[in-house]
Design a protein around this ligand. Sequence first.
Ligand code: SAM
Length: 422
Amino acid sequence: MRMPLPVRRADAEPLLDCRYFAAGQCRSCTLLDVPQDVQLATKQARAEELLAPFVHDAVAWRSPWAATREGFRNKVKLVVTGSAAHPRLGITGPRGRGQDLRDCPLPTLGIQMATPALARFVAECGFQPYDPSADRGVLKFVIVTESPSGELMVRFVARRRGVQGMLFKKLERLRELVPAARVVSLNVQPERKAVLEGDEEILISDAATLPMTLRVAGCDLTLNLRPQSFFQTNTDAAEVLYSRAVDWVSGAVGQDLGSLNAWDLYCGVGGFALALASAGMRVVGVEAQPQAIDAARESVEAMRRRGADVDATFVAADATVWAREQSGSGGAGASEATGEGAGAGEVPDVVVVNPPRRGIGPELAGWIAESGVETVLYSSCNAHTLAADLAAMEVFDVVKAQVVDMFPHTAHFETVVLLRRR
Ligand SMILES: C[S@@+](CC[C@H](N)C(=O)[O-])C[C@H]1O[C@@H](n2cnc3c(N)ncnc32)[C@H](O)[C@@H]1O
């Protein structure tokens, strides 16, 4: 096993220069004083150690993929602090004080450029920053996402719906200050708790989706992002993950993908599903969040309008319940779309899973192990739960594996593995 390098080498890359970290004002990047090559070696060693019981062939491991050192975050959640006249957009710092982060080097350039203009816009609107200790004020967060083409989605998270009046009135002013703002919305989060977002989203702009055009396995793939839907926070890494799915799956099945079908469980706005569908597979994507499913369907329609022959359907449902329903073992009424997608009793050729940090859990892992599915692609942001899920699926071997370091300067990393039934 490769061990982490314990000390900084003299020839290592210089450390990232961050004035907030140097001054002790922000500690979000817990590994900022560790060179990136050392971070990467440490993450690789950790992944190899956790997955050792399931990787029987050392050549399964591909070289780890590393993100650029800075400018890689396509999404930021900025806490609004300070005063109505002088708002700060950043974090609540180590001593509970609001910390402006306009010079943070991690966000993409478009977000870095927009942040001071957004602070100015908030001041011009006169929104009082929300103070959780006193339960006073109105504006909680500003969430900004940048697409590869430089367009922005700007979401204001506020306690009250009434904020929408000012946002509608000043939309043109926002566009003067931030010309790249395509999608603008208000999320209403009335509660005094640490939950970032509420359920209600009010669209302020005409545009409801942010097109994210990625380069996947040598082709352009446009995904549509809606305000409340998940998207990988590192666009380059998203391209790597979806490309791995196409390349590894086609390498594993050794036949024309057009004759095969796949499920993409926890599909979000459909990245893995649409990459595989573009390569010719018949795909069903399953996702709990209805807005993400709407966005995925919109992407399919747009692809078809451009003349692409894609066979992809999307279902809003719990992944485990839906999978069990397909084999006739689930309860009735468990999903919005019982009977939609795959036919009852159908077992796909390939299953993709990309769950939240908690993993897929023993029930779905057990179902996949028993199902007869031959090939599984598992993309995980938590190698601990990945290892636990693999332990529940020991009928599979890990035949390919890669660490995708999409979160430099933190201990987090993505691991993507290809499983084949023994
Ligand atoms: C890590 S994200 C992956 C999204 C997508 N695969 C992508 O590449 O963007 C996990 C997704 O699982 C969804 N999710 C969470 N719990 C779920 C469940 N029980 N059933 C289906 N989807 C779920 C979340 O809404 C989120 O979109």
